[in-house]
Design a protein around this ligand. Structure first.
Ligand SMILES: Cc1ncc(COP(=O)(O)O)c(C=O)c1O
Length: 380
């Protein structure tokens, strides 16, 4: 393959050749995680079954035994659309979260919530506001539909700059996106401080709280903005089964917001969006505290190991509480992507403030031990 061909072109041509398809760039964008740096735009990842995937913040321990059993037990229903099971699951979630079912939308992975919300708001014009860097899907969708994306850099510790965010709200700001804990920095805004900020901001604009990684915090630290939805505030929360529950490939998540907003975004949902296997696994995972604890414990062990490695090197990193860490790229990003991939590891490179940063997802302890050896070889 020519070195000059970028991964999108390569992917397009491969699909076109193998499937005889005319592949639009939008389809390609959906099939690949969007590049987050110039280095990624010009890099073709060649993953195979042996690649250690440290690029998508996946859970290497899932699915849980309970989820596997639930999928097997539900198999007889796989010939049916999941109309009734979705309604039943909505009731289960409503009870768990202390709201009525009309506050909930069950979605095909929380990416769907981000897409539906970005789309619904952008169609009405205005701007979306977020910290940067953060998980950008909602803002990307909004921008594609011609909304403006206002960004506020994180602070020197890679934490959200709350004062700067508050000041950045403009008359046409339709939504403030907050990701807590944040991807890619892994940093958090602590419990009560977070809820107070969301409550204050929700008087000015819709606050969107992406809580994909909330369950990585210790149970007594997990303060969800659902508390504010319950009080009737202008807040929307996004949750997923992809991370601590280890069901990324089964695509299940849910949104919680005021019923009017849930109705508004659900208009754009393509139905029937939800699959029986994902529903069964999610239902079984919801109260599986043992598996969540196992994931948290093992992740913390491997995260600590990796953070100690970065500290020994003297490389800055935000204090991640999730399953990813962001640190300055010690070498040029394209070389890092290519050379780590050659050694069997997939990671990501982000552009931020005119510099390149490595985002490494946390795998098992053994994977992280192997990764640091390979990374040492790459960066010398
Ligand atoms: C902050 C955040 N939100 C949402 C998602 C989307 O996850 P999913 O669509 O699998 O629920 C991710 C995935 O990495 C994420 O990091």
């Amino acid at each position: 393959m020519s070195k000059n061909i970028n991964r999108r072109d390569w992917f397009k041509s491969t699909l076109a050749l193998t499937g005889g398809l005319t592949v639009s760039s939008s389809l390609v964008s959906q099939l690949l995680a969007a590049p987050v740096s110039v280095a990624e735009e010009s890099f073709t990842p060649l993953l195979n079954g042996k690649t250690v995937r440290l690029g998508s913040n996946e859970n290497p321990y899932g699915p849980s035994a309970l989820a596997r059993k639930a999928i097997a037990d539900a198999m007889n229903e796989f010939n049916r659309y999941a109309f009734e099971p979705v309604q039943e699951f909505k009731k289960v979630l409503a009870e768990k979260e202390g709201v009525s079912p009309d506050h909930i939308l069950v979605v095909n992975g929380s990416s769907e919530t981000l897409c539906l919300t970005g789309m619904a708001l952008a169609l009405e014009g205005g701007a979306v506001l977020s910290a940067f860097p953060t998980f950008r899907s909602l803002m990307d969708y909004a921008e594609k539909l011609h909304a403006r994306w206002d960004r506020v850099d994180v602070d020197d510790y890679h934490k959200h700059d709350l004062d700067a965010l508050a000041t950045a709200v403009k008359p046409d700001t339709r939504l403030m996106f907050l990701c807590n804990p944040n991807n890619p920095t892994g940093t958090i805004i602590e419990g009560q401080k977070y809820l107070d900020f969301c409550a204050e901001m929700s008087k000015k604009t819709l606050v969107f709280s992406d809580e994909a990684y909330l369950e990585f915090l210790e149970p007594d630290e997990q303060r969800s903005a659902i508390e504010l939805v319950r009080k009737g505030q202008n807040v929307m929360v996004s949750r997923t089964f992809s991370k601590v529950y280890g069901l990324a490939g089964l695509r299940l998540g849910y949104a919680i917001g005021q019923p009017e907003l849930i109705r508004k975004i659900s208009q754009y949902q393509m139905g029937p969006a939800i699959n029986q296997a994902g529903l069964a696994a999610a239902k079984a995972s919801l109260n599986d505290k043992a598996f969540a604890t196992l994931t948290r414990t093992k992740n913390n062990e491997a995260l600590n190991f990796f953070q100690q490695y970065l500290d020994k090197k003297g490389w800055f990193h935000g204090k991640s509480r999730t399953n990813c860490v962001l640190f300055p790229a010690p070498k040029d990003g394209r070389t890092i992507l290519a050379e780590t991939m050659k050694r069997g590891f997939q990671i990501r490179v982000w552009d931020y403030q005119g510099k390149e940063w490595c985002r490494v997802s946390i795998g098992t302890l053994d994977e992280m031990k192997a990764f640091v050896k390979a990374f040492d070889e790459v960066v010398g």
